[in-house]
Design a protein around this ligand. Structure first.
Ligand SMILES: NC(=O)c1ccc[n+]([C@@H]2O[C@H](COP(=O)([O-])OP(=O)(O)OC[C@H]3O[C@@H](n4cnc5c(N)ncnc54)[C@H](O)[C@@H]3O)[C@@H](O)[C@H]2O)c1
Length: 243
């Protein structure tokens, strides 16, 4: 594995999750100093990751982590936003607004908040990169048979946020991009066995994605290999959104 990310500090939000933990492993392998942020599962994070509790829905929690990361070290901390929650079993016409609010609080407000605070620090400390995990469900497709109107809306907003920040911050040394996975082999999807046939039939590559394949795309966008990528959304979906 090349040392593309040597001397880089990178915070991964949602680091205890299926995709987040694979991202941490990949960034460590590429030589980065990795901070794993999550509201739970800190003891499950791999050796080499500095695990820090953070709830991305809480302004004080996010501000406290940013303050801690820069307290004794002024070098920039890049950011990966992999936290997210899903609702996919409620028809839009009966959507309880507290469920809508819960999903948006993490997937949009929380991602906005971490981009705001980590982004402000990057602007102040010499620049860096942000990668948001959006989804093919944001722009490319409306997934079936599940009903996930709130999730889809939240992920479309993450894509729009990514592009907006890319324009606002590009000239000041902060690159902002997104990775949009298709169906990935995580515990979350493992539960929905009744839908697997339909999902895989619609995927030209005929299989689930691996968490490592999402992590590789994230590492690329963080690295100088992607120095001219700004506001891009890299689909990693096995071709699902083409069909
Ligand atoms: N798994 C897939 O097939 C798939 C497909 C497309 C997009 N995605 C996106 O990829 C990202 C990661 O998904 P995953 O499959 O690893 O899910 P996951 O549920 O395994 O991981 C999500 C992590 O986010 C953390 N989190 C949730 N709320 C939080 C909060 N308030 N504060 C801090 N951390 C919080 C959870 O504790 C968990 O560790 C999500 O944004 C998801 O929407 C996943």
């Amino acid at each position: 594995m090349q040392d593309r990310l040597a001397d880089r500090r990178i915070a991964v939000v949602g680091a205890a999750g299926g995709i987040g933990s694979a991202i941490c492993t990949r960034l460590l392998d590429e030589g980065a100093t990795v901070y794993g942020l999550d509201r739970q599962g800190l003891d499950t994070m791999q050796q080499g990751v500095t695990a820090i509790e953070m709830d991305l829905t809480d302004e004080g929690s996010v501000a406290g982590v940013v303050e801690r990361l820069y307290r004794n070290d002024a070098s920039p901390v890049s950011l990966v936003n992999s936290a997210g929650i899903v609702e996919n079993d409620v028809a839009a016409e009966v959507m309880p607004m507290d469920l809508f609010d819960r999903v948006m609080a993490v997937n949009l407000r929380g991602v906005y908040l971490t981009c705001r605070d980590f982004g402000a620090a990057l602007l102040e400390h010499g620049g860096g990169a942000i990668v948001n995990i959006a989804s093919m469900s944001g722009n490319a497709v409306v997934n079936v048979p599940q009903r996930q109107s709130v999730y889809n809306s939240s992920k479309a907003a993450v894509s729009a946020l990514t592009r907006s920040l890319a324009v606002e911050w590009g000239a000041r040394g902060v690159r902002v991009n997104a990775v949009s996975p298709g169906y990935v082999d995580t515990p979350l999807n493992a539960l929905k066995t009744s839908m697997h046939g339909e999902w895989l039939d619609r995927t030209p590559l005929g299989r689930f994605g691996r968490v490592q394949e999402v992590a590789a795309a994230v590492a690329y966008l963080l690295s100088d290999d992607a120095a001219f990528c700004q506001g891009t959304e890299l689909l990693v979906d096995g071709g699902y959104s083409l069909v």
